[in-house]
Design a protein around this ligand. Structure first.
Ligand code: FE2
Length: 399
């Protein structure tokens, strides 16, 4: 059967979300409010028996063992400061850095070691600060995609983005579809060839009706953050939580303090939920007051583009002056529905001579055998695609 484009949009965007988690779908429509959400810590503070403390800008503090500190970058150029009462040995590991990131510091005795995307910096000075710079280049590329889960599809997406020449990935949320996905995601991100900055999705925020956003803060990063690179401001905002009023909570505070510098030529807002759902049949648009608040903030920042996931489609449309790019095909279930590879990943180029980020799409080319999981099978059963399911099970049964 040949499906019309409209049918594919409805099937891929709506049905699959329902198949995956009925409770999740209820959450989509009736988000419980978060009155006092905490943001991710960027400072280790002091600890008994330890000489030093460490703090960061652009990296979240993940833990310490005495005077050994671990941070995870959520921006391409994080700064770290180490402070102690006297000289002594300390070590800082920073994860999720570009493999060609360059360490710079005014402190002379720093020793740096590298392990994939992580760097460990050791020193003895009582006070030290250092920064990792994104590799110097005329142009850079990033990829954006969400709704991957935390398994083999995510690993493919990260490898594919790398192969397509991206310097980093904006993950648009929803990696936590099942047991083990949180830590599976962190392991996949750490094993990737390029760093990833993640927007929190509703499945990463809630498990059924339980709030699990602390896990995001602990393992992944802040739910609201911004950084600049090559004259472009990136703004990561949490659209997984419900805020009452919409301008309240950590997101409201974060946006209220955010200003667009005069040197900024373009703004990339990346988030999980698009402000507007382009489909008529089943709308996941952000509701009234929240929509108004977010639009107002985008206008204030001069941001005319939103990059989002949540709906398992690829779309590029204008919503009253705001270009919305939905890149939610991270599981490539669209391939299963039409029985040929059609899923795509969003790419974006930043060049010194252009004032705007240049967005375009590339084939995701997810290998068919990566659908060897019960999640894909359930989708095929729900959509009544016995032929594709049989074909998939035959491939999955092969040793
Ligand atoms: Fe979602």
């Amino acid at each position: 059967m040949k499906l019309s484009r409209r049918s594919i949009l409805v099937l891929v965007g709506g049905a699959i979300i329902g198949v995956l988690t009925p409770a999740g779908q209820a959450v989509l429509r009736y988000p419980p409010p978060q009155f006092t959400p905490e943001e991710a810590p960027v400072d280790s503070g002091d600890a008994a028996g330890s000489m030093f403390r460490a703090s960061a800008r652009g990296a979240v503090f993940q833990g310490r063992d005495g005077d050994r500190f671990v941070f995870r970058a959520f921006a391409p150029e994080p700064d770290i400061t180490v402070q102690g009462s006297a000289e002594g040995e300390w070590q800082v590991e920073v994860r999720n850095l570009h493999p060609e990131a360059i360490l710079s510091s005014g402190t002379s005795d720093l020793v740096e070691t590298k392990s994939n995307l992580a760097r460990t910096v050791s020193g003895t000075a009582a006070e030290s600060s250092f920064r990792f710079h994104f590799p110097k280049r005329e142009r850079y590329r990033f990829a954006a995609i969400g709704d991957t889960g935390g398994g083999s599809e995510l690993r493919w997406v990260l490898a594919r983005a790398d192969a397509l020449g991206a310097d980093f990935v904006l993950h648009l949320g929803d990696f936590n579809y099942g047991k083990g996905d949180y830590l599976g995601t962190v392991a996949a991100l750490d094993a990737a060839g390029i760093p990833t900055y993640v927007a929190i999705g509703n499945h990463d925020f809630y498990e059924g009706f339980n709030s699990i956003h602390k896990l995001f803060r602990q393992h992944v990063g802040p739910r609201n953050a911004s950084f600049e690179l090559g004259g472009v401001m990136f703004v990561n905002i949490d659209t997984a939580a419900g805020f009452i009023p919409p301008g309240g909570g950590a997101r409201g505070e974060f946006l209220g303090a955010l200003e667009r510098g005069e040197h900024i030529k373009d703004v990339v807002v990346f988030t999980h939920k698009p402000l507007k759902d382009p489909r008529q049949e089943e709308s996941h648009s952000i509701p009234g007051l929240e929509y108004g608040f977010l639009r107002g903030e985008l206008k204030r920042l001069g941001a005319d583009t939103v990059v989002a996931g949540h709906i398992h489609i690829k779309e590029d449309f204008e919503d009253d002056g705001i270009r919305t790019l939905i890149s939610g095909q991270g599981l490539a279930h669209a391939d299963l529905i039409v029985d040929r590879p059609i899923a795509e990943i969003l790419l974006a180029d930043v060049t010194p001579d252009a004032n705007k980020v240049d967005y375009h799409w590339a084939p995701l080319e997810m290998p068919f055998e990566l659908h060897c999981n019960s999640r894909a099978w359930e989708v095929l059963v729900a959509l009544d695609k016995p032929g594709v399911l049989r074909q998939l099970k035959e491939i999955c049964a092969k040793p």
